[in-house]
Design a protein around this ligand. Structure first.
Ligand SMILES: [Fe+2]
Ligand SMILES: [Fe+2]
Length: 278
């Protein structure tokens, strides 16, 4: 059956579901995962996605959960593949948007006038603990990974760490369903993205120092496959500790008055935008 979510975790009172193939794979929009967390009779959507995902996610969610009982729309950051469907979610549910305080006043640009009034929790840079049913989600600082105001979400019940655009791999929706337990062959599918979209090695190291204190069973990114098990997760932290990315790779060669012609008919640009040395 198409569009069946993957059950990342389930017990009597708590479930984490991943929707990974809601967007038609025609190659124009990047594959993206959306998440539903249910605790007792309340729930939250993490990174609801763009308009492409709304209808399918809303219907998929309704099979597992009454949309009226959705408490939160939780956004790791403010990119279009994270939150462009905000207007439709605010119309169809009573949920509150949870997003970095630095994006709080930008998010209303995704909606019709007045839609976000009294419906946004602006999370301060330090993050916090957000009640969900009988439990909570931990909103962990992940700024500059890659967005300036960025959070990751730790669920202490499932021990899943939802990492937005960190840990992303370029895969199909079907491949995204299969957790990675051996990191080495997976690195090639992550490396190009992280070198360009993550801001700096300093930030990666600050982040690994923080999350190594948590008991994490699975790292689940917003694109591509989860990383599962102690060994693969530790290998992932070690890989990040040594990864040069973003501004580490940019120098004066990346900031020259351009000489490249953009052809509006063929839409070709050469050379393509890339980090120096990437
Ligand atoms: Fe993003
Ligand atoms: Fe993304």
């Amino acid at each position: 059956m198409p569009h069946q979510p993957t059950e990342l975790y389930r017990d009597k009172n708590h479930a984490c579901l991943m929707f990974s193939d809601l967007i038609e794979e025609d190659g124009q929009a990047v594959q993206a995962n959306q998440f539903l967390i249910v605790d007792d009779d309340t729930g939250a959507i993490i990174d609801p996605g763009g308009n492409l995902a709304f209808n399918e996610l809303f219907m998929g969610m309704s099979k597992h959960f009454t949309p009226q009982k959705l408490s939160y729309l939780i956004a790791s950051h403010a990119d279009p593949d994270i939150i462009a469907s905000l207007d439709r979610w605010l119309t169809s549910t009573k949920a509150t948007l949870v997003i970095s305080r630095i994006w709080e006043r930008f998010a209303p640009h995704f909606t019709k006038l007045g839609k976000t009034e009294n419906r946004v929790i602006g999370v301060p840079d330090a993050g916090g603990h957000l009640p969900l049913g009988r439990h909570e989600l931990v909103l962990l600082p992940a700024h500059f990974m890659h967005s300036e105001g960025n959070f990751h979400f730790y669920d202490p019940v499932s021990r899943i760490l939802f990492t937005g655009d960190l840990g992303v791999s370029m895969t199909s929706g079907a491949e995204a369903r299969v957790p990675v337990t051996d990191l080495a062959p997976h690195i090639a599918r992550m490396e190009g993205f992280h070198r360009r979209y993550m801001v700096s090695n300093k930030i990666l190291r600050l982040w690994t120092r923080m999350v190594r204190q948590l008991d994490v069973a699975m790292i689940v990114p917003q694109h591509g496959a989860p990383i599962m098990g102690k060994q693969a997760i530790n290998d992932f932290y070690n890989w990040l500790d040594g990864l040069m990315c973003g501004i580490d790779l940019f120098d004066d060669r990346a900031y020259q008055i351009p000489t490249t012609q953009i052809d509006p008919i063929t839409r070709q640009v050469r050379p393509q935008l890339q980090a120096v040395g990437a």
